[in-house]
Design a protein around this ligand. Structure first.
Ligand SMILES: Cc1cc2nc3c(=O)[nH]c(=O)nc-3n(C[C@H](O)[C@H](O)[C@H](O)COP(=O)(O)OP(=O)(O)OC[C@H]3O[C@@H](n4cnc5c(N)ncnc54)[C@H](O)[C@@H]3O)c2cc1C
Ligand code: FES
Length: 274
């Protein structure tokens, strides 16, 4: 059992939770994730480790309450327990040796991008962050992102906070004016697709973190199959990071929609197993 020791609501739908998980905290690296099950009847869901503290034996997750399981997780309070937490899963991010990097987060993707930015910043890399949100009410982790970047640009679709526009508007401006050698983008599939399209003509290495449907997280079920450069990869063991210039984002989008009807009916009715 894994005890919840901290809970914060970051916006109307996004929650931060710190969980006692000493073995995971000891081993986890940026880019890796866990699969948790709230109770013995629950489905398994993958969530990225946003932060970790080896000394206290804790890991922090940030999640958007979008459906049955994440809403149930959001209803748990400090002192409650989660039945299973498996991890760390997936490959740690391979940063290489960049000199100047741009880390891009879209919505709750900022929580997944944050550990990457923090790692690069601590490696001495010039790290700029671009964080995009629909509007000012859903901006999260602004202070944290500013602490681990040289410049942090915030965009909102409606201009209610930061710059009006999309992350790709700022990205284009930055890469036209400076020599960046790494871009990391994490967020909605269309955002990652257009970031990759923007950097491709400039030949800048672009890492994206993919979020296909995952079940076992160990490469056995094939649920997280993605097409990268014409090859089949399993995001849970080969990823979740991939070369953004090679990912078939349209196929990923189609596959993620397979269970939309079931997910919708669970939100209305309630599911109890996975
Ligand atoms: C490697 C990885 C890391 C992730 N990290 C985060 C994170 O840090 N924070 C966060 O908010 N979300 C993260 N997600 C997405 C998160 O797993 C889903 O939001 C969650 O599973 C939704 O479950 P639900 O029952 O609440 O919603 P549902 O209504 O069941 O689903 C809502 C949407 O979530 C996705 N989803 C549903 N079940 C799964 C599943 N088993 N595996 C993957 N995606 C699923 C689908 O796209 C679906 O349309 C991550 C996904 C992956 C693959
Ligand atoms: S989740 Fe089953 S193979 Fe990746």
């Amino acid at each position: 059992m894994y005890k919840i020791v901290e809970k914060k609501q970051l916006n109307h739908q996004v929650f931060l939770m710190t969980i006692e998980a000493p073995f995971i905290a000891k081993k986890v690296q940026p880019g890796q994730f866990i699969i948790l099950r709230i109770d013995e009847f629950g489905e398994r869901i993958p969530l990225t480790v946003e932060d970790f503290d080896c000394e206290n034996g804790t890991i922090t997750i940030v999640f958007q309450a979008v459906g049955f399981t994440t809403q149930k997780l959001a209803s748990l309070e400090i002192g409650s327990f989660i039945a299973d937490c498996v991890g760390p899963l997936g490959c740690p991010t391979e940063f290489g040796s960049p000199k100047k990097a741009i880390v891009i987060g879209g919505g709750v993707g900022c929580a997944i991008a944050y550990p990457q930015a923090k790692a690069l910043f601590n490696m001495g890399v010039k790290t700029d962050i671009i964080a995009g949100f629909r509007n000012k009410d859903i901006v999260i982790l602004e202070e944290e992102m500013r602490k681990v970047s040289h410049n942090c640009y915030i965009t909102t679709d409606d201009g209610s906070f930061g710059e009006k526009g999309f992350v790709t508007d700022v990205l284009k401006r930055l890469i036209e004016n400076d020599d960046y050698d790494l871009v990391i983008a994490i967020g909605p599939i269309p955002m990652m697709k257009f970031v990759a399209k923007t950097t491709e003509p400039y030949g800048i290495k672009t890492i994206v973190s993919l979020n296909p449907i995952m079940i076992d997280g160990t490469g056995m079920c094939g649920g997280c199959r993605v097409n990268v450069g014409g090859e089949i990869k399993f995001a849970c063991v080969d990823g979740p990071d991939f070369d953004g210039h090679k990912v078939d984002f349209d196929e990923l989008s189609r596959r993620n929609g397979f269970y939309r009807e079931e997910e919708h009916s669970c939100r209305l009715g309630g599911k109890n197993n996975g």
